[in-house]
Design a protein around this ligand. Structure first.
Ligand SMILES: N[C@@H](Cc1ccc(O)cc1)C(=O)O
Length: 485
């Protein structure tokens, strides 16, 4: 089940990674930092030297803890950040926190987490690992379609010792349990804890805010920062990875890693010539009204299609507010900034057409699901919004709405000569025929887009879309699609 690459256990790790500057490969076309900055991806960097560092191919990592069995749209930002690095010729590592996920990061949380059972954790690790793999294989193809040179493997061969472990795709997915499982508690206290200063650990935002609360913080969560620091130091040693990317709440953990790398690799008393490693944080994505991005009516929007259907996923982005859509296009898609500007200018002329939201929904759905998923989602969209109904193909609707309870297959005999008020009641659009009659009287029922005037009207074959479809809609929300064989 554990499909990630196995690493040699990290027992001794005092040797430093070889210098990146010795790499003779050609540099990526454009400094990824400029691109990330232009797109509003950068909250803070740990050193101004990061830009120079990234003139040469480098290795960058992002960690994801498996707190659920699927990622949600809120996880997209760091993954897209990593994709930008890969698309600009750097080597990207996605780290699944099989070990850290059993501890729980206190960053950005006001209360202690409930520990996951080992079985839950294993399910989550498997789910998220597969999803991250899929995200990057689709992401690399998507980047290729948006004009990035991703066909060749990244020139990033940061450390001589890393050549053996860096995969040819330029993206690797690792699991930190692969090195933590061989580290004993005593090893950890001796080799890592010795370098950590408790006063510094207590001053981190994630810990400080919890120390002030009545419940305090457990020793377990307090130690989390050291685990993440150890990851960074391990990837530095095994992969020559010198850059970590994370959400803005990850600043303290990233800095803890850089401190540890420095203590382990810069001999006591030596001048710190250069930054041994770097961190870069991404701003928290919020809506214009200040809410955290990624919830739809209080529920997370998942990347797993079994949890959030492709069409709900598409609709979530299609519903983005005018005030948010430009920012989302910048950080959640690889549409070039100049094109975003054009679309926004077009959008400003006729916001009702939702040109910008359509582009956003199309791009993110293509990136996360596929191009075929975009057309399926758009078919469902036409059905739900009653737009351009005449262009619908019955077979497409069947395929796009497969498994959707709003799609009902019936025989011609089920519908022939049956008054529409009865159909509405039978298929759940009204509580009873009386209710249906009242809705029809109030001009609240439509069949294939046309308002029903007479409750006794029946649906003739000629009324069907593409010979098979009768879309019954009550108001703007409730809909039943009858597919008549
Ligand atoms: N702490 C990160 C996940 C992470 C885990 C391990 C790492 O090495 C890095 C990051 C988070 O909660 O988002």
């Amino acid at each position: 089940m554990n499909r990630v690459r196995q690493l040699a256990p990290a027992r001794r790790w005092a040797s430093s990674a070889s210098a990146l500057s010795s790499s003779s490969s050609s540099s990526p076309a454009r400094n990824v930092i400029d691109e990330l900055e232009a797109r509003g991806f950068i909250q803070a960097v740990t050193s101004p030297n990061l830009r120079t560092h990234l003139e040469s191919p480098s290795c960058v990592y992002v960690g994801v803890d498996p707190s659920a069995s699927s990622l949600h749209v809120g996880n997209l930002l760091p993954l897209l950040g990593l994709l930008h690095f890969r698309a600009r010729g750097h080597h990207a590592l996605a780290l699944i926190g099989g070990a850290t996920g059993s501890i729980g990061d206190p960053s950005g949380r006001s209360t202690e987490r409930n520990a996951l059972s080992p079985a839950e954790l294993a399910t989550n690790v498997a789910g998220i690992t597969a999803q991250v793999e899929r995200f990057f294989s689709r992401g690399i193809e998507y980047a290729g379609r948006r004009g990035y040179d991703v066909a060749s493997e990244p020139v990033g061969r940061p450390a001589a010792s890393a050549t053996a472990v860096l995969g040819a795709r330029g993206i690797d997915v690792l699991n930190n349990h692969d090195w933590f499982r061989d580290v004993s508690f005593l090893d950890f206290l001796r080799d890592v804890g010795k370098y950590a200063r408790v006063n510094v650990m207590m001053a981190r935002d994630s810990v400080k805010s919890r120390l002030e609360s009545d419940a305090g913080i457990s020793f377990t969560e307090f130690s989390y920062q050291l685990l993440q620091a150890y990851d960074f130091a391990t990837l530095y040693r095994t992969h020559g990875c010198r850059v970590q990317l994370g959400g803005s709440d990850q600043w303290g953990n990233i800095v803890a890693g850089i401190d540890l790398i420095r203590r382990l690799n810069v001999p006591d008393g030596a001048e710190e010539a250069a930054d041994p490693a770097f961190g870069l944080t991404i701003p928290l994505l919020t809506t214009a009204s200040g809410e955290k991005f990624g919830k739809s009516a209080g529920n997370a929007v998942w990347l797993d299609e079994a949890r959030t259907s492709v069409s709900d996923f598409y609709q979530f982005f299609h519903r983005a507010n005018d005030a948010d859509v430009e920012k989302y296009l910048s950080v959640l898609t690889l549409v070039p900034p100049a094109h975003i500007a054009e679309v926004m200018a077009e959008h400003a002329k006729a916001p009702k057409l939702r040109a910008a939201q359509t582009l956003l929904a199309e791009e993110v759905t293509e990136l996360v699901h596929s191009r075929a998923a975009v057309s399926r989602a758009q078919t469902v969209q036409k059905v739900l919004y009653g737009s351009d109904l005449a262009s619908l193909r019955a077979a497409d609707v069947l395929a796009a709405m497969e498994g959707d309870p709003r799609l009902v297959r019936v025989s011609a005999a089920d519908v022939a000569d049956v008054p529409v008020s009865k159909l509405a009641a039978t298929y759940g659009l009204a509580k009873s025929r009386g209710d249906a009659n009242r809705v029809i009287e109030g001009k609240g029922l439509r069949v294939n887009g046309a308002v029903v005037a007479d409750p006794r009207a029946t649906i003739a074959h000629a009324d069907l879309i593409d010979g098979h479809l009768a879309l019954l809609a009550r108001g703007s929300r409730d809909i039943v699609v009858l597919y008549i064989d």
